[in-house]
Design a protein around this ligand. Structure first.
Ligand code: BGC
Length: 856
């Protein structure tokens, strides 16, 4: 299960170093400073005279979007989201996914991929929990190492993000994350540390937020002391978009590149700071040197600036997306082995739920892209079942939310009757004459950062999105029009909303206007959205959301279908407007009436399978009432096809939870300290994040960390290589795994360490190693999982003031003795009786092995 050693990035030779030094020496201070900033939204500045190209960057992390958001984007491979990748617990697979993304990046002309996201899943409610790998730093770190090696092996730099303490979206550009050093060292910094030391990442993206009072882009302790000093990072640090404001503080902290361009605090401003003597020229030389070193190591020095953006469309990589989706799906519950369904015994299936007919394959925000392949569970499962001669009835049951929602392709028609809207792009403010280009949008939402469409100037453009909305119900429809620019809306030929119609006056803050119209079911009504903007400096957004009139109870119809079917499959979940960058989730439970739908369908049909299509945990108050539950995440472009295969047993669901599903959100570790207030968020739970919290506090959970079932069974025998060691020595956990079922399948061996009581609070146990095995029926394999010193260590923050305090307390009877013994700052191993637990989840321990650690 070892990761591959790719040939890139290659080491630097003496010749490279000499050439880079000579190049930097030839550059003027203006040229060197220009390398520290973006040229535009997605590229760095070239210095053509010195043969230094500009390098393109692209989001990230579940695909490679390229430079254009929205309808003009190149169709791109959409992999499962970060949480789903971690649910595979399969490093080599994630490395292969990374390599596919590296190839995609090259096709988009990008040399820097803005990912992976390795912040810790501190709360299910963080808007970006779907994008992050895990609540456990070791699992998140292993996934980061695999992803980084895969991407960088293709000659593309990863910028592991967001460094650090960015675990919520609330006030994300300014919030002060208050995290004690021990929690940082043991949890929040770990995936970054592993990505640097083991993955060899050549890029790190700083977070927007402040960490213990300092903006991360200006944080010398993070960027210089820890990252370069302690971890030996050799690459470049990039600011999150527009997160840089202070030239001197950031330069002194060790930040390398300001993004996006045009430059504000770096670039020419940095050259001025050097001229004024506020920043040393050597600091700018160091950035230029590091940038050239990184680009030499991935062999990008000879690149052309602004290469074309191509689709890649590789069937092999699409097959990989399919495998990743299958290995990510977590079979949470399977009472009476309801799954896999036996096609021979089925005549009629009821497919129910708001997400069955919608494509919910990725979360919202910068992770969004135009997926190369879109399909719904309804289309795919219907076709597969029909192939087996099985009938499928479909009912939505309830709306995906009871709030305003974007209009989707299925509700929209272009002028030619295709699903979606026509989006015409023009240069300048007047959307008149022939458009430069027309694209089709799948949603009633347009976002632009940089060039909005090919040949359309980011400095000033206008857009007309037109088509028809087809209501499915009669009555008063409420519309919400949102934009941060000059925008107006007409419904049925009547102007009904306008948000400033002069681009120069647009305030760049998000504004909203509501309107309502009486519409008739099935009668199409024309829609026209106009927008004027400039996306060279900013993020442009315009969206139309709708709240339909209350529908007659549609759950009744779904229940009737379920009662008449052999099996009911209910696809519930969230989507990119609920789980997104930019805001946190407001509720833990499923939106709208989905919980009620699940309960009533399960009551009507004892053979009900619930599919949870969300990127982070949702409350499952009906869990015990449903025989089979499958978490499919935002599973990427192949999700629907994989689900059909998993339901029918063609594929096994191979995932294990990378995050605990709490029974109630009030039980979760961050509750009370999430998302924060008064400008700060206090990580009050300290080191007890995720299962560390629930277990140490004996709180019941809905689904434990690490849990997931397969379609076969395994037997284990486990032992330690030695039962007694000196602190600092490594130990091996040796596990023999045998597939005792009748079909091939996978198992995940999870190794947790429980430490003896010591001077600081320790979690009940912590994940320190794992291995995933794929075995045929009857097949056995032995794995060895090594536990090194760090697996037994905790971080002691030390007590620098201990001596002075003892001195002060000297005159107080007994007080000096009561002061805790001083410990030095650093990693410590507590000597004494440890237990190594080997299990299938944090709550399902198969073997517990004693290990005595003696002081070294
Ligand atoms: C996000 C980053 C992203 C960047 C560029 C920021 O808003 O936080 O994760 O890479 O935008 O899109």
């Amino acid at each position: 299960m070892a990761l591959e050693e790719p040939s890139l990035p290659r080491p630097l030779t003496d010749g490279d170093r000499a050439e880079i030094a000579a190049t930097v020496a030839r550059l003027s201070i203006e040229q060197k400073a220009s390398l520290t900033a973006g040229r535009d939204m997605w590229s760095t500045m070239p210095v053509a005279e010195a043969g230094i190209p500009g390098w393109r960057m692209s989001d990230g992390p579940n695909g490679v979007r390229g430079t254009r958001l929205g309808p003009a984007g190149v169709r791109a491979l959409c992999m499962p989201c970060g949480a789903a990748l971690a649910a595979t617990w399969n490093g080599p697979l994630v490395q292969a996914v990374g390599a596919a993304l590296g190839r995609e990046a090259r096709a988009r002309g990008a040399r820097v991929l803005l990912g992976p996201t390795v912040n810790i899943q501190r709360s299910p409610l963080n808007g970006r929990t779907f994008e992050c790998f895990s609540e456990d730093p070791w699992l998140a770190g292993q996934m980061a190492v695999a992803y980084v090696r895969g991407v960088q092996g293709e000659g593309v730099v990863t910028t592991v993000k967001h460094f650090a303490g960015n675990e919520a979206e609330f006030e994300r550009n300014s919030i002060n994350s208050l995290i004690d050093e021990r929690s940082l060292r043991e949890l929040y910094l770990v995936p970054f540390e592993m990505a640097v030391k083991e993955g060899g990442t050549l890029g790190i993206m700083t977070a927007y937020n402040r960490l213990n009072g300092r903006f991360c882009a200006d944080h010398r302790w993070l960027l210089t002391d820890i990252l370069r000093g302690e971890w030996g990072f050799q690459g470049i640090t990039v600011s999150d978009w527009w997160a840089l404001a202070d030239s001197v503080a950031a330069a002194e902290a060790g930040l390398d590149i300001e993004m996006p361009g045009p430059a504000r605090a770096f670039g020419p401003a940095l050259a001025t700071a050097v001229a004024d003597g506020r920043v040393a020229e050597a600091a700018v030389d160091a950035v230029a040197t590091r940038l050239l070193e990184v680009m030499t190591r991935i062999e990008a020095r000879g690149d052309a600036t602004d290469p074309p953006e191509r689709p890649f469309d590789s069937p092999a990589d699409a097959a990989l997306a399919r495998r990743a989706a299958a290995e990510a799906m977590v079979l949470i519950r399977n009472e009476g082995e309801l799954l896999p369904l036996s096609s021979g015994a089925l005549r009629r299936v009821a497919l129910i739920g708001p997400n069955a007919g919608r494509t919910r394959i990725m979360g919202g925000g910068s992770a969004m892209l135009r997926a190369a392949h879109l399909s719904t569970v309804r289309e795919v499962l219907g076709a597969v079942l029909a192939g087996h001669g099985i009938a499928m009835d479909h009912a939505e049951g309830c709306a995906p939310t009871d709030d305003f929602a974007l209009l989707e392709a299925s509700e929209l028609r272009t002028g030619e009757g295709a699903p979606g809207l026509d989006v015409a792009f023009f240069a300048g403010d007047e959307a008149g004459g022939a458009p430069i280009v027309v694209h089709r949008a799948d949603l009633s939402e347009l976002t632009f950062m940089g060039e909005p469409a090919e040949g359309v100037p980011a400095e000033g453009f206008s857009v007309r999105a037109s088509g028809w909305f087809v209501p499915s119900i009669s009555g008063v429809h409420r519309f919400r029009f949102v934009s941060n620019g000059a925008a107006r809306l007409a419904i049925g030929g009547t102007r009904c909303a306008s948000l400033v119609w002069d681009a120069a006056d647009a305030a760049r803050v998000m504004r909203t206007v509501d309107c309502e119209t009486l519409l008739e079911a099935g009668v199409p009504v024309p829609l026209l959205i106009e927008f004027r903007g400039e996306s060279v400096l900013n993020f442009c957004h315009v969206a139309l959301k709708m709240l339909p009139p209350p529908a007659p109870d549609s759950i009744d119809g779904a229940v009737a279908l379920a009662a008449a079917a052999d099996v009911a499959v209910v696809v519930v979940g969230t989507g990119p407007t609920i789980e997104s960058e930019g805001f946190d989730r407001t509720a833990y439970h499923l939106p709208g009436r989905q919980d009620e739908l699940v309960r009533r369908v399960a009551a009507a049909n004892p053979r009900t399978v619930v599919i949870v299509n969300s990127g982070s945990p949702v409350a499952m108050p009906w869990l015990e009432a449903v025989p089979a539950v499958l978490q499919i995440w935002f599973g990427g472009q192949e999700m629907a096809a994989v689900l059909a295969d998993v339901l029918l047993g063609v594929e096994e669901p191979g995932g294990r939870m990378p995050i605990t599903v709490p029974l109630r959100i009030e039980h979760s570790p961050a509750f009370g300290n999430f998302p924060g207030g008064a400008g700060e968020v206090r990580y009050g739970e300290g080191v007890l994040v995720g299962y560390r919290w629930y277990e140490t506090r004996h709180l019941p959970v809905a689904v434990p960390f690490g849990h997931g079932r397969g379609y076969t069974r395994f037997a284990w025998t486990a032992r330690l290589s030695v039962g007694r060691v000196l602190a600092g020595d490594a130990v091996c956990v040796v596990v023999e795994v045998t597939n005792i079922g009748s079909r091939a399948g996978s198992d995940v061996v999870q190794v947790y360490v429980a430490a003896p009581h010591g001077p600081l609070t320790r979690a009940a146990k912590e994940l320190r190693g794992f291995a995933k095995l794929h075995l045929g029926p009857g097949e056995s394999r032995t794995v060895e999982i090594e536990l090194r010193a760090r697996a037994f260590s905790y971080w002691h923050p030390g007590d620098d003031e201990s001596a002075a305090i003892q001195e002060r307390l000297h005159a107080t009877p007994f007080a000096a003795d009561m002061k805790t013994v001083h410990r030095a700052r650093g990693w410590m191993i507590e000597p004494g009786a440890h237990v190594v637990h080997v299990g299938r989840s944090s709550a399902d321990i198969i073997v517990s092995l004693p290990l005595m650690i003696d002081a070294a």
